[in-house]
Write a protein that binds this ligand. Structure first.
Ligand code: BMA
Length: 330
C-alpha cells in the first residue's frame, strides 16, 4: 500500500486536548478548516467527559496553518433540542462570501448506538452561530455531509430545467440506511444531493460506493470538495472490517460532479503513527478539513478520535496520482 503519499507534519499532532479547559479536556479532533480573510479558521470536535460523551465544538485560528491559537470558550455547545446529545464533526465551507458549517447531531446518547442526522449553521465572526436546522432527510441516518463551495448545474438537472438560472446547491452525504436493491448499493455510500435551497436537498445520485478492502464497511466524504483545475477534489474516508479508518481521494468533473474522473485504489493515508494507532478510538485517520496554500494541499484529520493532525502534498502531484490510478483501473 502507498501509505506515505501524504506527508505528515513534523509538529503532529497540531492540536491536542486542553486539560485546563473542561469541555475539551479529553479529546480535540476531527477539525473543519476554512481559509478566509487571510486566516486559517478551525472548528474542532471536543470532548470533556466520557460518561455521556457529549461533543461540543471549539474554535482556533492560524496564519500558517500549523500553529493554532484556540479560544477559551466552546464556539458551539448543544442549545437546540435536536442538539442535546452532542454536536460532532463540523465541516466548514464558504459559499458566496457566506460561511456555513454542517455538523452531526444524534438521536440518543452515543452509548445507545444512536442514528445520525446533519444540521447546518452560519456565522460571520466564528463567535456567533445562527442555526439553520436539520438538512438531511428523516430516517436516513446521515452524516459526513459536506456542501460544495459553489452552486453548480450538474447534468442531472438539465433535462428538467432549460434556461434561466438553474444552478443548484450541491452536497455530498452518506445516508447509512440507503442500502438494498431499491438504492442499488449494499453498503453505506457517498451520494450527491442537489437543491434550490441549502436546507432542502431533493434530488440524489449515487456517487461512490465501497470498492476496495480498506473501504469494506463504509465510506464517507471528508472535507468539502476542493476546486482544482482538473476537477473537484474529494478526500474521503473508508472503514474496513477491522474498524480501521483510512483516507482516499477522488476527482469529480467540474461541470458535472456526478461524473467521477478518477479515484485512488489505495489509501493515501492510513494509521501508522502512535497518535493514529492509539487513542479513544484506535486506528483512525479521519480527514475533515482541507485548504490549498501556495500549491500545497493541507489535509487536516482527526487521529484516533483524540487529536487534530495535518498532512500535506503538492496539489499537482496528488491530481496526477488520482488520474493515473484511474488509468490503471481501465
Ligand atoms: C465516525 C464518526 C467520527 C469518528 C469515526 C471514528 O463514525 O463518529 O466522528 O472519528 O467514526 O471513530
Amino acid at each position: 500500500m502507498n501509505t506515505n503519499l501524504l506527508e505528515r507534519n513534523k509538529n503532529n499532532p497540531i492540536l491536542i486536548p486542553d486539560k485546563s479547559n473542561w469541555w475539551e479536556s479529553k479529546a480535540a479532533f476531527n477539525c473543519a478548516i476554512l481559509c478566509y480573510d487571510n486566516r486559517i479558521h478551525m472548528l474542532y470536535r471536543a470532548i470533556g467527559e466520557y460518561e455521556k460523551y457529549i461533543s461540543r465544538i471549539g474554535y482556533a485560528s492560524s496564519t500558517d496553518g500549523i500553529s493554532f491559537d484556540r479560544s477559551k470558550d466552546a464556539a458551539m455547545a448543544p442549545e437546540e433540542e435536536y442538539e442535546k446529545y452532542g454536536i460532532e464533526d463540523p465541516r466548514l465551507v464558504e459559499i458566496d462570501r457566506q460561511i456555513f458549517l454542517s455538523y452531526v447531531i444524534l438521536s440518543d446518547y452515543v452509548s445507545e448506538g444512536p442514528t445520525a442526522s446533519t444540521a447546518l449553521a452560519t456565522t460571520t465572526d466564528f463567535k456567533n452561530y445562527t442555526r439553520l436546522g436539520i438538512i438531511t432527510s428523516k430516517g436516513s441516518d446521515n452524516k459526513d455531509v459536506v456542501l460544495f463551495p459553489e452552486k453548480t448545474n450538474p447534468k442531472l438537472s438539465n433535462a428538467e430545467e432549460k434556461g434561466g438560472n438553474t444552478n443548484k446547491y450541491l452536497f455530498l452525504h452518506r445516508p447509512a440506511s440507503w442500502i438494498g436493491s431499491k438504492f442499488g448499493v449494499d453498503r453505506p455510500s457517498i451520494w450527491l444531493g442537489e437543491g434550490n435551497s441549502l436546507t432542502k436537498f431533493e434530488k440524489h445520485t449515487l456517487l461512490l460506493k465501497p470498492e476496495q478492502e480498506w473501504e469494506a464497511l463504509k465510506i464517507g466524504a471528508g472535507p468539502p470538495p476542493v476546486k482544482t483545475k482538473d476537477g473537484w477534489l474529494l478526500i474521503y474516508h473508508g472503514k474496513d472490517t477491522q474498524a480501521v479508518y483510512r483516507a482516499g481521494a477522488a476527482l469529480l468533473d467540474l461541470k458535472d460532479p456526478t461524473k467521477v474522473l478518477g479515484r485512488t485504489k489505495r489509501p493515501i493515508l492510513e494509521p501508522l503513527e502512535p497518535y493514529e494507532k492509539n487513542g479513544d478510538v484506535s486506528n483512525v485517520v479521519f480527514p475533515t478539513g482541507a485548504c490549498t496554500i501556495d500549491g500545497t494541499l493541507f489535509v487536516y484529520y482527526g487521529a484516533a478520535d483524540k487529536v487534530c493532525c495535518l498532512a500535506t502534498i503538492d496539489l499537482e502531484t496528488l491530481l496526477d496520482y488520482i488520474l493515473d490510478e484511474k488509468h490503471v483501473n481501465c
